[in-house]
Design a protein around this ligand. Structure first.
Ligand SMILES: [Zn+2]
Length: 578
């Protein structure tokens, strides 16, 4: 691992350390980067999205992960489904971080290090990463590169002063040249310290804005192996023991006869996705031109959604429930049947499409209903599913169309059969701790509640993200305490996070246009192009104490939105034969 000058280098405390990190588990990392690392006797850290492993959509298989690990590489955590964790509830973020880690442990990887999707970090998330048993969690964009953060430090310290907010240069993009890559190493050679370099795709033909070609990667690794630096995995730098798996609060199925859909009448708009109903997803796959609009001509309430397909060659336009780990997706029981219904009117036939979540959190296409005819007036589509597949833990569904025309939707429902009433509180159990855990949780819960109350009073005023405000969705609605009703989930105590979890979070109260992230982030919405790029923080925050929040790298604002989230989903939507 050491270059020819290593013997002459200064003591280990001053010699620069480089980590080669690879995000998202893209298969081309295995095919194009892994052999180069092996050739030079180097090892990297691969941050894996567990719900995407082996999904036949350009991600590594479990067997490939084992090959990487057995060759000396580190397998790190990168959530189950790669959401922007700052945009989900603390319970959902805990599921994403803890469950991803638990799955990697179950697969046999002694996982100790984490990377935040989109490098979006706040104090709640750093606490959750620690709570879930990780020893470090990596950000991006806080160290100097030729493309950003040019007044930032050249290297992270060893040990890091902020192990759950590890400093790293912005992710490598297709703009980077060999000399750019070399520069982040040579600047650390001058300063000492640690530089974790982050790659995404290693591919030809510029397959992704966050990619480098195999030849450039190979040239860089060849050069790196001649340098007086130590190349280590993140775990080799951070150290620490492998902690046991930590259970996250799971969401119980709705009581028998109850509608499991969150925001079923589409009245609440997403805080983060402009004009998308909370817990719903607009999707169009294939080749067509589709738009989604809010209409005040609702079946009930103030709003409904209209899908308009203006040109069509293939695919579907859909409004479906968000596929997540429980904040939105109704929990389900395998073997049970589900009765779906929705009110619609439109110019073309429509049908329900269904997906299910498996036991590790991955989502798969399941089935579709027969078609319902076009209707000029509000009509109710109802359909009862077959028995939910073995291993299904949740469902996602919605109506779709596949022709030029319009479809207006409102008032969805999903009711299961044969499910016993949900327990009043989500379980928080750990087989490895047993009864002691309940005692600890009880004590911690009391302390935590006290801290939460104290914290809420203190922190509201200086919360980084503004509180949602403005009128509720739909102009005709009264405005019942819309802004004040939304309770942001407070960050955990600084030392250890063990949030007693309540049942599924109630949907936030209606609020108006999505709030924007403050300053230096001209377009805070989702989706692209207004969303901040993945390799930056979501927003600069006012300095508190310790190191200042790094400047927003200006170059990133003009970069295309990293396609990992959108592209992965698009690939999955189109791959319905699986
Ligand atoms: Zn990622």
């Amino acid at each position: 691992m050491l270059g020819p000058f290593a013997a002459a280098a200064h003591a280990a405390t001053t010699q620069a350390v480089v980590s080669l990190t690879f995000d998202d588990g893209d298969e081309d990392q295995y095919t194009n980067a892994f052999p180069v690392l092996q050739q030079h006797g180097l090892h990297g850290t691969f941050y894996i999205i567990t719900g995407f492993v082996g999904d036949n959509s350009g991600n590594m298989t479990l067997s490939q992960l084992h090959s990487l690990y057995n060759a000396g590489n580190e397998i790190g955590g990168h959530t189950v489904l790669h959401p922007d964790l700052a945009e989900v509830s603390a319970s959902e973020a805990t599921r994403e971080i803890c469950d991803g880690r638990s799955t990697l442990l179950k697969w046999g990887f002694p996982v100790t290090d984490f990377a935040y999707p989109y490098a979006d970090i706040n104090s709640t998330l750093t606490g959750i990463a620690q709570h879930c048993g990780f020893n470090s969690a990596r950000g991006l964009g806080q160290l100097e590169t030729p493309y950003g953060c040019q007044k930032c430090a050249p290297a992270e310290s060893i040990p890091s002063a902020t192990p759950y907010d590890l400093n790293a240069p912005g992710a490598v993009t297709d703009q980077w040249t060999l000399s750019d890559l070399e520069s982040v190493v040579t600047q650390a050679e001058s300063s000492g310290g640690w530089v974790p370099i982050t790659f995404h795709n290693i591919c030809n033909n510029d397959c992704d804005p966050y990619s480098v070609s195999p030849s450039l990667f190979s040239s860089f690794i060849q050069w790196l192996s001649t340098q007086p630096v130590s190349v280590k995995t993140v775990r080799q730098v951070v150290g620490g023991s492998v902690h046991p798996a930590v259970s996250a609060p799971q969401v119980s199925p709705a009581a028998s006869g109850a509608n499991g859909v969150v925001n079923p009448s589409l009245e609440t708009v997403s805080q983060y996705a402009s004009r998308v109903p909370y817990c719903w997803t607009h999707i169009s796959t294939g080749t067509n031109t589709t738009s989604f609009t809010e209409t005040s001509k609702a079946h009930t309430g103030s709003v409904a959604e209209t899908m308009t397909v203006s040109s069509y060659s293939s695919g579907q336009a859909r409004l479906i429930t968000t596929q997540d780990l429980g904040q939105c997706a109704p929990a389900a029981v395998s073997g049970n049947h589900y009765s779906a219904s929705a009110w619609y009117h439109g110019t073309v036939p429509t049908q329900f499409a269904f997906w299910y979540r498996d036991t590790i959190g991955g989502w798969h296409y399941w089935t579709a209903s027969p078609h319902f005819p076009a209707s000029s007036g509000w009509t109710r589509a109802t359909w009862t599913t077959p028995a939910a597949p073995t291993g299904a833990t949740a469902l996602s569904f919605g109506l779709q169309i596949s022709a030029v025309g319009t479809l207006t939707l409102d008032d969805y429902s999903l009711v299961g059969s044969g499910i016993s009433p949900a327990s009043p509180a989500a379980s928080l159990t750990s087989p490895s701790h047993g009864g002691t855990l309940y005692l600890i949780v009880g004590i911690v819960a009391v302390v935590f509640l006290a801290i939460v109350i104290f914290w809420l009073l203190r922190v509201r005023a200086r919360r980084r993200r503004p509180m949602p405000s403005g009128p509720p969705r739909g102009s005709a609605r009264p405005s019942p305490s819309s802004a004040s009703a939304y309770q942001p989930v407070p960050p955990p105590p600084a030392t250890g996070y063990w949030a007693p979890q309540s049942p599924p979070l109630p949907p936030p109260r209606p609020y108006g246009p999505p709030p924007h992230r403050p300053t230096a982030d001209p377009g805070a919405g989702y989706p692209p192009p207004s969303r901040p790029p993945a390799n930056t923080r979501g927003a600069p925050s006012p300095p508190v104490s310790g190191p200042p929040w790094s400047p927003y790298p200006p170059d990133r604002q003009s970069r295309p939105y990293p396609p990992d989230r959108q592209d992965r989903r698009d690939r999955r939507w189109t791959d319905e034969s699986d």
